[in-house]
Design a binder for this molecule. Sequence first.
Ligand code: AHR
Length: 555
Amino acid sequence: MMRRREFLEQGMFGTAGLCFAPKAGWNIFSNSRTADSRIDVLFDEPLGTISPNIYGHFAENLGAVLYDGIWVGEKSKVPNTNGLRTELIEHMRKIKAPVIRYPGGCFADSYDWRDGIGASEKRPRRTNFWANVESDKSPASHRYDPNAVGTNEFVHFCKLIGAEPYLAANVRSLPASAFQQWVEYCNSPTGSTTLADTRAAAGYSEPFHVKYWGVGNESWGCGGDFTPQEYAVEFRRYSTWLPSYGDELKLIASGPNTDDWNWTREFLAEIVRKGPGQLRHIYGMALHHYAWNLSRGKTQDWDAGKGDALKFEPVDWFELLREGERMEGLVTGHWQVLSEMDHDHHVKLIVDEWGPWYRPGSEATSGDALEQMPTLRDALFSGMTLDIFNRHPEKVAMANCAQLVNCLNSLYLAHEDKFVITPVGRVFELYASHQGGNSLRTVFSAPNLHYDRDGKVASYWGLKGSASVRGKELTITAVNPSPTDSRFAEIALRGAMAKNASMTFVTHADIHAHNTFDQPDAVVPQTKSQSVSGGNLLVEIPPASVTALKIQLNS
Ligand code: AHR
């Protein structure tokens, strides 16, 4: 494995100099070195409330996400709550997981929710959408869905965590009436309908009050291969006169893949052909962006373009972050396209799949389809992505990291009685206090980094992040992508005074560091208190780190 020193020798050209002169009277820092960066938090420039749902999750019936990751069964020796993995529930409570999307993904458009209700032993076994990508090593439940988990179990999982369920309906292979009846099964009042009785017979007499509903998934691809116009017609059909049972249903349209501006534009154009009032039926448009192409422009081939989760060079470290950085332009770009027809910005962006996607080979459990091993690189990617969402609170109403456990950018890995929190899971711990906070415009100034990208000098920013305030607590999160250098940042609170502060960060001497079942604590958060003077702070932000500063403000 390449260590930081080797990285310096082989990959880095060093950092450009940008120095801030020490201020007169800055005596508390007399033993510190000069700041090379600044973070200016502008209290009089609030950007809006950060929707807690930006910190949402995605759990598809794919590989070992559901069976083994979430569901172990009531008779399992693995500690469980009604068959659901207890350790997972406990950690998701800790990070205040706000919303979980299920059952897909591509799986959603092959799923009949009616297979997953009623007595467990009577539920049918069905071929899973992902059966073709499963290997001989994977258990039968990954190929042939036993339907042990259905709507009841999933909603129960959400309730145990305190999260909202977000259900994705099947538009490709079920009629609109099946969607309507799924809503009826979940939300119709006790005793009101036959489906409410069926729900009650399973032990759930109270309605589930499911608010978030996806109308299909990736309808431009696995969800039906529609054109945007065709899908808009389907969306109107599936969303017209849905019974609400007193719940405000928030319908989410299948949105663009990465920078497919045409999908966003043409979908909305067709929707409003029946009048602008149609926009009221759409709560959000789902954007998907996976950072998969690490080929540095050499190919667009889905397989050939992918990098390795564990074996990577310095240039790949930066390449992944560059691919992740695209998210900001996608959010502002699609927002701009939406505003061409949705002048009041009724339709929000829902980034309901995001994360890095590597080639197979780093699975924690052999045979788990699409499982990859998150490293420190993915922790930085995740912190950076969450900061982007925090900086656009008026645009992004929900985001769902793909996927929760045993999959792509997972917060957790689990197999039988083994469970580990990945560096990505650690980042969600650090960022939880942003949920519901008021995002503040914050200016990060730091020297650019330079590195060798195929014989040419490439640049990357030296420090970025976000800030939010809730009552008297300010949270600043920041990503330092330099694998070698700390950033010494002067933090200036413009319009508030700091009383005391603490800093928690995730880093490691090895940029490839990751947590395994055998070494679960290789990458863990470290906390230290931070001195404050005159309302300002000087902080050392370690190399290759994600940092959260919690600052108590004077009243
Ligand atoms: O997250 C894995 C898959 O990626 C999802 O099923 C699909 O929506 C996307 O293409």
